[in-house]
Design a protein around this ligand. Structure first.
Ligand SMILES: Cc1cc2nc3c(=O)[nH]c(=O)nc-3n(C[C@H](O)[C@H](O)[C@H](O)COP(=O)(O)O)c2cc1C
Length: 215
């Protein structure tokens, strides 16, 4: 393996800042502001986020998914409910989300509780996807072992022929999760590693409290 000098790999962060007076008191609006800025600067897949889940074995797992919508009700992504993450969420609905915006030197952390989105919403989003994506979701038992790539391709091809000229039925085990946040943290890289960290926590009365954390 090539000898990479990881010790000397470091970026200095000095392009932006996050001061209290610039933060929206509503964390969803603050998220929207940063998200729109990431979209505007053409960050690659700004809606890609990592979601961490922990099942009853208490072992955390994490993977990337695509955020498909958000508003003040929460953040929605779609998946297979029988996948590893789906099973873990059914055992423990507490999850954490992470967005990293490389160009702006920003990170957003969200903690919250996940619940399944209604079937009508799942079906309508399923049918809005490209036909090949619908087919792939239909034939894939996500996160199960498959003997070979060839078997996967064959499964896809067979279904394609079988369902020719027909609507691909939405599956019961495919749908969205809505994550309702109880915490947001907005991290802005700053010079000398004195980064800005603004955390919002939801109080019992529904008001969001904003605090600065040490870097
Ligand atoms: C950029 C990117 C986007 C992804 N989007 C999704 C998604 O929206 N839904 C999904 O189920 N998996 C998505 N995946 C695949 C997941 O990372 C993961 O491999 C899969 O969901 C199985 O995870 P699990 O076994 O932990 O349940 C995406 C992967 C990448 C790299």
């Amino acid at each position: 393996m090539a000898n990479r000098d990881l010790h000397n790999m470091r970026e200095s962060y000095d392009a932006f800042s996050l001061l209290e007076q610039d933060c929206d008191s509503n964390p969803f609006k603050q998220f929207d502001k940063w998200f729109q800025q990431a979209v505007a600067i053409d960050d690659l897949e700004p809606n890609a986020m990592q979601i961490a889940t922990v099942g009853k074995d208490l072992k955390p797992t994490i993977r990337t998914v695509l955020l498909k919508s958000f508003d003040e009700n929460g953040f929605i992504f779609f998946t297979n409910y029988d996948s590893t993450k789906g099973k873990q969420i059914s055992e423990n609905a507490n999850v954490a989300l992470l967005f990293w915006y490389r160009t702006h030197q920003r990170q957003i952390r969200i903690e919250g509780v996940a619940s399944k989105t209604p079937k009508e919403e799942n079906d309508s989003y399923f049918h809005s996807r490209p036909r090949d994506s619908q087919l792939a979701a239909f034939i894939s038992e996500q996160s199960r072992v498959v003997e070979s790539r060839a078997i996967l391709d064959e499964r896809f091809k067979q279904k394609e022929i079988e369902l020719q000229n027909q609507e691909i039925p939405a599956r019961e085990n495919w749908g969205g999760f809505l994550i309702k946040p109880s915490l947001f943290e907005f991290w802005q890289g700053r010079e000398n590693r004195l980064h800005d960290r603004i955390q919002y926590t939801k109080q019992a009365n529904g008001i969001w409290e904003m605090e600065r954390l040490m870097p």
